[in-house]
Design a protein around this ligand. Sequence first.
Ligand SMILES: *Cc1c(COP(=O)(O)O)cnc(C)c1O
Length: 370
Amino acid sequence: MDSAFIPAAKPLIGDEEVAAVERVLRSGMLAQGPEVAAFEAEFAEQFLQGRTAVAVNSGTSGQLLGLIASGVGAGDEVIVPSFTFAAVANSVVLAGATPVFVDIEPVHFTLDPARVHEAITPRTKGIMPVHLYGHPFLVDEIEAVAAEHGLAIYEDAAQAHGAAWRGRPAGTIGAFGMFSLYPTKNMTAIEGGIVACADEDMARTMRLLRNQGMETQYANEIVGYNNRMSEVHAAVGRVQLRKVGEWTRQRQRNAALLDEALAGIDGLTIPRVADGAEHVYHQYTVRIAGGERDRVRDALRDEHAVGAGVYYPIPNHRLPSLQRYAPGEDLPETERAAQEVLSIPVHPSLTREDLDRVVSGLEVVMSAGG
Ligand SMILES: *Cc1c(COP(=O)(O)O)cnc(C)c1O
């Protein structure tokens, strides 16, 4: 390989993040304090149209606190996709409830509203759809099913900072919306999460739950966790917040370039954007049919130094940790997606030369297929 490897994802950390960390470390104020409060206010201002943001130490923690604050617990069922990261179902199990795995639609790989309808039982408390790869789930149809049955929507916006559906930002659609700030996401706080909600009582409950049930020191009102965000993490998040808008536009420009270059390749389906959807391209995910996906991924890596990722190779309901919740019937679109998806680099640090190499690599590898 004569050119540098192009990774599938790359966190962008600049001098401003380094300076922010140093400033906070030298201030002596390290645990949750004014940086966290400022980060919450700025995140809400930028992404949440007036909703409240509660910062926690990971997206998964945020999902768990959101579920508990929504009253989800033992005996309840929550409908989730199986084709996603295991944190989604994990948070349901950790809240004491039962995840009910439902198939996805084949176009955007998000929860299929028709299948959701069929999975509802008297124990169903809510639906937790995912804005997968940065593309919104089918909000209108999921909302219609939820309204018909009186169910809540718990929004997984882990990959969707800045995404929107008909002008409604991701994170403002459900009873709560969770964002992840893990290093591979569209912006990072190293580790961290934000839970957004419109209900002030719910926000207060989540603030209690993240801090041992305390609002006033040593006056613990409820039993809670330690899921606080540190000042250092918040300071990094505040810097990233100022940059993520431009990064998203760069992701979208990269995606447009890839769309144009890849549209004509046989056996490869480029991502499609739903009418009314703002896609923030956490991943640029193509479908490669005919059992060729793994060969294409390996050849891109070995022959063209291009990192491409499979998100996600094993449906959640077949993981050792979650298989006890496997549904009685097959989830055919979930299985097919796990075999066919390939996410190719789209992140904002790609140069024009990198993108050309991704495209030419894919052209060569695809034409060498059987
Ligand atoms: C990253 C991610 C999470 C979990 O976020 P963490 O910050 O890693 O805990 C949950 N759901 C989805 C879809 C994710 O991609």
